[in-house]
Design a protein around this ligand. Structure first.
Ligand SMILES: C[S@@+](CC[C@H](N)C(=O)[O-])C[C@H]1O[C@@H](n2cnc3c(N)ncnc32)[C@H](O)[C@@H]1O
Length: 200
């Protein structure tokens, strides 16, 4: 399972088109969240880590959000995104390991989580929580969706449940929302939680 920590594992999945997680469109709960944000949010610093084909980043860009940073350590989806969105600032496309991002260099108002948490080795979940807090400005927010179901623990996606997530996140975040999604993509109906967490 260690190979999920390696960019090569994911790069090969993109190169062989074995990307069963890819919905081909912006996640409906995240679209609904983005759509209700005020005009004043459009220059906020936003991180989308493990963004893959990054439909959410594309949507934010189309809606006029100017300070969105896409991070993924697999180069293939980033190259694809750059081709699909030639007007997206190239300096905001970062091919790097999320866990190696320097908080001295990067600070965000909010982070959008979409099938990244479930892709990392579950043993790194506390590290994920700590790194999220490090990369957020004081009172910054982690917003997104998490799987609320078990998939087994041999390969991604790695699932979980609300009790585990509460235990993990409440050490560093105030939990504003963590509840079942009512507007998931049909393929994910009944299996997602919407989260909105504020860094302490
Ligand atoms: C399951 S895919 C999800 C992609 C995208 N969020 C989506 O929903 O289509 C997980 C993504 O996270 C990336 N990833 C996994 N671990 C990473 C890490 N430590 N740093 C950066 N990206 C990582 C992979 O390359 C892959 O693109």
């Amino acid at each position: 399972m260690d190979n999920v920590n390696q960019a090569e594992f994911w790069q090969q999945r993109y190169q062989s088109d074995s990307i069963g997680w890819d919905m081909g469109e912006v996640s409906p709960p995240l679209k609904a969240y983005i759509d209700q944000l005020p005009e004043s949010a459009k220059d906020q610093a936003i991180l989308v880590p493990g963004a893959g084909n990054a439909y959410e980043v594309g949507y934010l860009h189309e809606q006029g959000f100017t300070n969105v940073t896409l991070v993924d350590f697999a180069p293939a989806p980033i190259a694809d995104f750059a081709e699909r969105y030639p007007s997206f600032p190239s300096e905001q496309l970062i091919c790097a390991d999320f866990f190696e991002l320097s908080p001295e260099r990067y600070q965000f108002d909010w982070v959008l989580e979409q099938t990244f948490f479930c892709a990392i080795n579950p043993q790194r979940r506390n590290e994920y929580v700590q790194q999220m807090e490090n990369l957020l400005k004081p009172k910054g927010k982690l917003v997104g969706v998490l799987f609320n179901r078990d998939f087994g623990n041999t390969h991604p996606p790695f699932g979980g449940d609300i009790e585990e997530y509460k235990r993990r996140f409440e050490t560093h975040f105030d939990i504003e929302i963590m509840e079942p999604c009512y507007n998931s993509h049909p393929a994910r109906q009944g299996s997602e939680l919407f989260i909105k967490l504020q860094a302490q």
